[in-house]
Design a protein around this ligand. Structure first.
Ligand code: KG4
Ligand code: ZN
Length: 354
């Protein structure tokens, strides 16, 4: 059951070929270098870059797939899957248009996938040899942390989700990116902050606020933390106490600590409320080794376990995860019946598919 999956939700042009949970081929063209000089993703530039590269990335995935029939590899694909949302409207459009074109030209069925369910399914991806095996045992409590999202979700069964907490303003990854920008560091900021924090002598010297930690719900907020960081830096600069690599490391580390402690505490609250101690941790911020350590520790404390995406390329945006989610939709025959009606949903919610 081979699926060709496309994701153009943000700044990666991603195409993958999957077979059940196995990823047969994965191709990504990252636009990070293009957006770097602007300090963030510029939608119009993202759209152009997707349009320019999409065919190339599709061909790259097909040739990496080692499907035997050289001339018409795409004929051996059973179905096309594409991300419908959430994401940047103009970027999503490029992938959807291409998916419709392929489905129409090669007479393939089309499946629409929510980008967030893709991230959740990413932890069950396997290599060509079917490794890791990871039997799927519901229910899971999923923590999805990326540049666009911070969500706590009960993953009840295949395609069945309940969002129990989310950010009311900035996403955790976005907060890290903005803090890095204020410190004059590069983009994306998460990995740079991680590196600096590793070398800091005291991980939490400046004690920035932990927003919403005592709110009764499971929601997150990172905008207040960002503001407090901004004013702290302003004051430091005025007093001329800012500067020097040592202070920079302490600042990066203290900011990261505030973000991660919030994530951990809210996840712990969710574990206690839902009584689910099997965690899924996904999204680009899960590249962070320190956050992984904190989550492993948390799961152990509650006698559970945590699953991360098994290969590094599955943490950030990719189309392999879209192919995986699409496989479970395929099994339930959740096809787009009239491909002309398929349209992007930039603010698409994660809802259960019955
Ligand atoms: O999932 P992703 O690649 O794209 C979105 O869907 O947003 O996530 C990107 C986010 C960025 O905010 C980036 O700074 C963050 O993931 N990130 C990290 C690390 N690597 C990427 N954050 C912390 N530590 C990292 N090592
Ligand atoms: Zn994403």
């Amino acid at each position: 059951m081979k699926i060709l999956a496309i994701d153009t939700s943000c700044d990666e042009t991603a195409v993958a070929i999957t077979d059940g949970r196995k990823v047969i081929a994965n191709a990504i063209y990252s636009q990070v270098l293009i957006h770097k000089k602007w300090g963030g993703v510029v939608p119009a530039i993202a759209k152009r870059a997707h349009e320019e590269r999409i065919d190339l990335v599709i061909n790259s995935a097909l040739s990496k797939s080692k499907i035997k029939n050289q001339k018409s590899k795409i004929n051996l694909i059973d179905c096309i899957a594409v991300t419908q949302g959430p994401g940047l409207a103009v970027a999503l459009e490029v992938g959807i248009k291409k998916a419709k074109e392929l489905a129409d030209k090669y007479q393939k069925k089309l499946i629409a996938v929510n980008h967030l369910e893709g991230h959740i399914y990413s932890v069950f991806a396997q290599n060509r040899q079917g490794k890791p095996e990871r039997e799927i045992k519901f229910p899971y409590l999923a923590l999805l942390v990326s540049g666009g999202h911070t969500e706590l979700i009960i993953f009840k069964d295949h395609l069945s989700y309940q969002v129990i907490g989310e950010t009311i303003d900035d996403a955790a990854g976005e907060a890290l990116d903005k803090a890095a920008k204020m410190l004059g560091l590069g983009y994306p900021g998460g990995p740079i902050i991680e590196r600096l924090a590793l070398e800091a002598e005291n991980s939490d010297q400046f004690k920035f606020p932990r927003p919403m930690l005592h709110s009764p719900d499971l929601n997150f907020s990172f905008s207040g933390l960002k503001t407090s960081f901004y004013y702290f830096l302003k004051k430091q600069k005025k007093e001329k106490s800012f500067g020097g690599p040592r202070v920079l490391r302490q600042l990066a580390s203290s900011f990261q600590e505030a973000v991660f402690e919030t994530l951990i505490k809210k996840t712990e609250k969710a574990i206690m409320e839902t009584k689910i101690n099997n965690l899924i941790a996904c999204g680009g911020v899960m590249n962070n080794k320190y956050l992984r350590k904190l989550l492993r520790h948390l799961a152990k404390k509650h006698h559970g376990q945590v699953l991360f995406p098994p290969y590094k390329y599955l943490n950030g945006d990719n189309a392999a995860m879209i192919g995986l989610a699409a496989y479970y939709k395929f099994k339930k025959k959740k096809f787009i019946t009239d491909i002309n009606t398929l349209d992007r949903i930039p603010r698409m919610q994660l809802t259960t598919i019955y």
